[in-house]
Design a protein around this ligand. Structure first.
Ligand code: CA
Ligand code: CA
Length: 446
């Protein structure tokens, strides 16, 4: 199977797509050639973020399945010659639904297809039930078989993304299902300059979560794979995407050993000295852990990095980490937090060690079960700025002092951060921002 280089084929598809739509809706926009605008968040710092927008004609791809996507990321070659994807400027248009859990004939693979060395879920549960095994970490052949099985799935779902890449959905129905987009450089050679837009990411899931019997009072199932993860990566723009679980949603999952069989990790995790990221106009839906910025209290290489801007994102039906921050200066403005009838809601802004969140003009819509002091959770952090926050409309025109509410309910009090954002062009009143987010976040509705 070959990946289509662009060519008359894509041009025909684009012309056909645009011809079928009202001119006003489609315009003449080619997302592949667009770049992050100046002053649009931390990713606009310095040379800004251009992704693969300057790609030569032979580095423009239209992909419709996993194999074509991976080939496009590797200079047209599948299987890739190495684990280092191409850094040549490239534009990749995603058309339709790409599933990561497939074989090389694009036939679907289910969890059982990855079972190796005698692993079965039933055998695993029987062997490591705390009532049988005790509350110590699993060891032995079945645990080893779990890891081998996990690696078999990981070899399918892990999709490495190189520098100078633009990955955009074509039309409004581009989906990537079950994948882990792995943006990972090294401390000596970070990945850089990556744009991901107009794609719905669904059901990234780990068929083989680890059992951690001493994680929390009851133990916990810990899954790997984020929909997108950034490690040692800078200048990234994630825009107009949707992140959600459908087939694998937590409320569809069983409990084992008395706790949820959690098959998800993060939606979009930014860790390991990553830096200069703008996350705009996305929908984060129906998921527990949304966005981890900084993965460890001891990761002092993250100091002065992990600078991220979040604006015009919708958070709905999600549990925690919107985001949770360590070390980074994170600007959070004009986002919409919808917390209605949400039994998994824990908190929105996680104040971790040496973190410096600067939150402005965000909107919270909540039911009576959630009060403003719950919007913040503190994990060894000491400071946050929050102003212009509106909660449930506040018809009087008043703002809600979220930090004041937190401080009134908790000690020690949080104090002001020592920085002021500069990389933005316009910040609206929260009341005005929500209608824009409701209608505009997620893939473009062309
Ligand atoms: Ca993660
Ligand atoms: Ca207090």
């Amino acid at each position: 199977m070959r990946t289509y280089r662009i060519s008359t084929l894509l041009i025909c598809v684009l012309i056909a797509a645009m011809a079928a739509l009202p001119a006003a809706a489609a315009g003449n926009r080619d997302l592949g050639r667009e770049v992050l605008q100046p002053l649009d968040g931390w990713a606009s710092q310095g040379a800004g973020t251009t992704g693969g927008s300057a790609a030569a004609p032979e580095q423009v791809y239209l992909v419709t399945n996993r194999q074509e996507l991976i080939a496009a990321l590797n200079n047209g070659v599948y299987p890739p010659p190495s684990t280092t994807p191409s850094s040549v400027p490239k534009i990749i248009y995603v058309q339709g639904t790409i599933s990561a859990n497939v074989d090389d004939n694009n036939q679907p693979l289910v969890c059982q297809d990855y079972y190796r060395d005698g692993y079965t879920l039933e055998a695993f549960l029987a062997a490591y039930d705390p009532a049988v095994w005790g509350r110590t970490a699993p060891t032995g052949p079945l645990e080893a078989a779990r890891i081998t099985s996990r690696n078999a799935q990981q070899a399918r779902v892990r999709i490495r993304v190189g520098s100078n890449t633009t990955l955009v959905g074509l039309g409004k129905n581009a989906r990537i299902v079950g994948a882990w987009l792995d943006l990972r450089g090294s401390s000596s050679a970070q990945r850089t300059n990556i744009i991901i837009r107009n794609i719905t990411f669904q059901d990234t899931h780990d068929c083989f979560p680890a059992w951690s019997p001493t994680d929390g009072a009851l133990g916990a199932w810990n899954a790997e794979y984020d929909a997108i993860s950034l490690r040692e990566t800078n200048h990234v723009w994630v825009d107009h995407c949707t992140f959600q679980d459908v087939a694998t949603a937590d409320d569809q999952q069983p409990s084992y050993f008395g706790v949820l069989y959690q098959v998800h990790d993060g939606h979009l995790d930014i860790t390991n000295a990553s830096d200069l990221v703008t996350v705009s106009w996305n929908r984060f839906l129906d998921h527990d852990k949304v966005m981890l910025i900084g993965s460890s209290d001891g990761a002092t290489a993250d100091r002065n990095k992990l600078r991220v801007t979040l604006h015009h994102n919708l958070f709905e039906g999600v549990g925690q980490r919107m985001p949770r921050v360590r070390f980074g200066q994170v600007h959070i403005y004009n986002n919409y937090y919808k917390i209605i009838n949400n039994p998994i809601y824990a908190y929105s802004w996680g104040v971790g060690i040496e973190s410096a969140i600067y939150a402005e003009n965000n909107y919270f819509k909540t039911d009576q079960k959630t009060s403003p002091e719950q919007f913040i959770a503190v994990y060894k952090g000491t400071m946050i700025h929050a102003s212009g926050t509106r909660v449930n409309g506040t018809a009087s025109g008043g703002f809600t002092d979220v930090v004041g509410a937190y401080n009134a309910a908790n000690d020690p009090d949080l104090v002001e951060v020592g920085w002021t954002p500069t990389l933005f062009s316009r910040i609206h009143d929260a009341q005005r921002a929500i209608s824009a987010v409701e209608s505009g976040a997620g893939p473009f509705q062309w």
